[in-house]
Design a protein around this ligand. Sequence first.
Ligand SMILES: NC(=O)c1ccc[n+]([C@@H]2O[C@H](COP(=O)([O-])OP(=O)(O)OC[C@H]3O[C@@H](n4cnc5c(N)ncnc54)[C@H](O)[C@@H]3O)[C@@H](O)[C@H]2O)c1
Length: 252
Amino acid sequence: MIKIGLLGCGNVGHIIARYAEDIRIVAALDRIPERAQELAALCHARPYTNFDAFMREDFDIAVEAASVGAVRLYGEAILRAGKDLVVLSVGALADEEFQERLVETARRANRRIRVPSGAIIGLDNLKIGRISPLRTLLLRTTKPPESLGISSAERKEVFKGMAHDCIKQYPKNINVAVALGLAAGKDADVELLADPDVDRNIHEIFAEGEFGDIYIRVRNVPSPDNPATSYMAALSILTLLKNLENPLVVGT
Ligand SMILES: NC(=O)c1ccc[n+]([C@@H]2O[C@H](COP(=O)([O-])OP(=O)(O)OC[C@H]3O[C@@H](n4cnc5c(N)ncnc54)[C@H](O)[C@@H]3O)[C@@H](O)[C@H]2O)c1
C-alpha cells in the first residue's frame, strides 16, 4: 500500500482523506494546527505543523494540496529526501527558474514530480504540442465572482493575458492554465471571467495545430467549503495515486 504524506489539510486534503482507499496517509501537515489534527484524526495519520518533523515520517510520496508558496518552500527538500512529489498548486511551476531547479533536484535524486489533471481534462494528449507545436492554446475560465474573491453584479473579464502573469494575480484560481502550458510546451493564453449567473467553475480549452483543433468544456461543481476549488481536482489526485502501481497505464 502506498504511504503518503499530505501537505495541506484544507478542502482538497479532506476529500483525499475521506476517499483514500488503497492509500495510507501516514502524516498530515498544515500550518494551522487544528486543521492538521482534524484531518489526521479522520484517516489515522499523525498531525504536524513542523515540516522537518513531518519529513521524518516514513512515506514514499508527498502530496501537496496547500499553496503555491508551500511548493516553493518545501518542494526541493521533499525531493532531496528521496520522496516523490505530487503538485496540485502547479502555478508554482510558472516561475521557470524555480521549475528548472525543482526538476533538476528530482533528476539528481532520481525522484518524480507528478502533476495531476486537477480541475481539467486533456493534459494527456496536449503533450502532442511538444512534438508538433500548437498554434493556439487558450483557456477561458468563468467562475462565480466569490470564487475569485470579488463581488460583481454583472459578467466581466477580470484578466486577459498569459498564464504565467495570471497565476501571479490569481494563485488560487488558475493553476490549470499553468498545467496546460506544461503539458503542451507553450504558455497558454488566458481569459478569466467573473459571472454572477454561473454556479460552476467553467474551463474552456481551445487548442489548434497541425493535428486539427480541440474544444473542451469542463463545468466543475465548486467544493462547498472552498468555492475556488473544484471537486474534480481532489478526485484527480486520488486517481493518480490509485493508478501509480497499475500495470495497465491508460491515457498518459
Ligand atoms: N491544479 C488544479 O487544477 C487545482 C485545482 C484545485 C486546487 N488547486 C490548488 O490546490 C491547493 C489546495 O486547494 P484547497 O482548495 O484544498 O485549498 P484550501 O485553502 O482549502 O487548503 C489549503 C490548506 O493548506 C494549508 N497551507 C497553505 N500553505 C501552507 C504552507 N506553506 N505550509 C503548511 N500549510 C499550508 C492551509 O492552511 C490550508 O489548510 C491550492 O493551492 C489550490 O489553488 C489546484
